[in-house]
Structures are given as C-alpha cells and as structure tokens.
Design a protein around this ligand. Structure first.
Ligand SMILES: [Zn+2]
Length: 296
C-alpha cells in the first residue's frame, strides 16, 4: 500500500457540508412560503427520512410553478444547498440489494467539552435509525474528551488526519460543540443577508480519501443548520460519507457501495470494518489505514 504524505492529503478534497445561510432562508420566504409553512416543513422533515426526501422534492416541484423572474433566486438556493444532500432515497432501488447479517461500526468519539453524553447518544440514535436500512449499527467504542481546535473545520480535520485509529475502532468521529464564535458568525451572517450577501457554515466534514474520520457540529445553533434538519441530519449525512458515499441526487449508487463494503467486511472478518481505498478497492485492516495516514 502506498503511503500518502500528509502534505498530499491536505491538498485532497475534503467534503465540507455547507449550510445554506440566512440568504437561502430569505430566498425561501421571499419566493412563496410564509414563515409558518416553512416552520411546519422543518418540523415535518424530522418525521422520517423517506417522507423527508419526498417533502424536499415537493418543495422543489413547487418552485417550478412560480413565475420566471424568481427562478434566479431559486437557482441560487440550489447552488447553496447542493452540497447538503448525499441523495434522496429510492426504496425501489434499495430493495434490490440484500444487506446480509447485522454488522457493527465501532466509532471512537472525540467529544467536545460542551457536548453532553445525552447529546452524543441522541446523535448516534439518529444515525442508527438510518443505518438499520443496511443492517448496520454504529457503536460508540471509546469516548475521548476533546477540545475543538481553531476557528474553522480545517483545524479539526488537520487534527483528525494526524490521528492514529486506536485499537477497537473502525472510524473516528469528532463531535464539535457550539462556540461563541459560531454565534458571532451567525449574527454577522444576518447582517450580510440584509444585503443579500450569502455566507456559509461548515456543518461537518469527512476525509475524502478513505472516509474513516470526520466531524459534525453536535448542536443546532443556526437557522441555516435548522433548515437542513439540524445536527441529527448532519450525522446521517456524514455517516454516508463514513461509508464511502459521495454526493448525488439519488442514493442509488451509494446503496451498491454499502453492499460492497458489507461483502468485503464478511471476508475481512470482524477485526476491522473496511473503508474505501482511493482509486478503487478497500482498506481491510487498521494497520493499513494507519500506514496510509501516518506512514508507520
Ligand atoms: Zn457531504
């Protein structure tokens, strides 16, 4: 296995989830939705994943019927939200796969000091509700008390890239707590939104090469985050990246990817849940993975 120097890794694409700023929120309100129906949609969106995707598609379809001039704002909205979905579900496609017996993904959690144990469990429950579709469950294997470094997601990813995957874990997931700087940023984005200047918020990220380490914002502390379903939705999203899936309009390709991962895990045994190897194939041991990131 080839060792990728750390400098090389840093240059690689990291998928950051962009929360639509208040600008996007404005667009929605200005288009045709009253604040009340929007709130209703957000609440309804937490009912179930399947229904939620239908709901969002419904919103998209609704936009199609509005007068031409407003399409421009709609296009902007799509641009802003395009990185926020790993794809809508297609049960008919998913049903064509047989996911075999139950497998566990052991996760080493880096828990920020202001993230409670209840919060961590709540997020894992949300993720597991989705994973059950594939006969998979994420288990908290270890919890490390951690302090979120720096001002941005980049600092967190750098720390993750330099981390060794500990014995007994298949993935590392950092749960970053809300900070005063996030609130200040949110406030600044309100002001910029008055001038229709869009702002972005990084809600989470996972390393692109292997999908074995990432972070999520564990609290829902901004309108943008709320609009995309909050922290529970973010962990589901990043969870797909942790299984090697990318972004698409539908999850169809991802269903096959998870199936392959599970088949590989049957062969590799229970000591490590496999990860994707960049350029094709799978990483089937912790040793290989650590060598990939650290060169030792
Ligand atoms: Zn993503």
């Amino acid at each position: 296995m080839e060792f990728l120097p750390k400098e090389g890794i840093k240059e690689m694409k990291i998928c950051y989830e962009m929360g639509p700023s208040l600008f996007a929120f404005y667009s929605l309100v200005l288009q045709n939705s009253s604040l009340k129906t929007l709130t209703a949609r957000i609440q309804a969106s937490s009912i179930s994943i399947e229904r939620k995707s239908l709901l969002f598609q419904g919103v998209f379809l609704k936009f199609k019927r509005i007068p031409n001039m407003r399409h421009i704002r709609f296009l902007l909205l799509i641009l802003l939200t395009s990185c926020t979905t790993v794809g809508f579900h297609r049960s008919s496609v998913r049903d064509t796969y047989e996911y075999g017996k139950m497998k566990f993904i052991r996760v080493c959690v880096w828990k920020d000091e202001n993230v409670s144990k209840e919060r961590m469990n709540y997020l894992f429950d949300s993720w597991n509700e989705e994973l059950i579709l594939y006969n998979l469950q994420a288990k908290v294997a270890q919890v490390k008390d951690w302090q979120r470094p720096g001002w941005t997601g980049k600092a967190i990813m750098e720390e993750l890239y330099n981390a060794e995957l500990p014995e007994g874990c298949d993935r590392i997931l950092a749960l970053a707590g809300v900070r005063f700087s996030d609130i200040a940023y949110e406030f600044a984005s309100y002001i910029l939104a008055l001038f229709f200047i869009p702002t972005f918020e990084v809600l989470g990220a996972v390393d692109s090469p292997t999908g074995t380490r990432g972070f999520v914002l564990a609290h829902t502390a901004s309108l943008g985050h709320l609009l995309v379903g909050g922290a529970s939705n973010t962990i589901v999203h990043e969870g797909y990246h942790l299984l090697g899936c990318g972004h698409a309009f539908y999850l169809s390709e991802c269903y096959g990817q998870i199936k392959e991962l599970k088949t590989t895990s049957e062969i590799a045994g229970d000591s490590f849940f496999p990860a994707t190897y960049p350029g094709g194939g799978f990483i089937t041991s912790r040793k290989q993975l650590n060598y990939f990131f650290l060169g030792r």
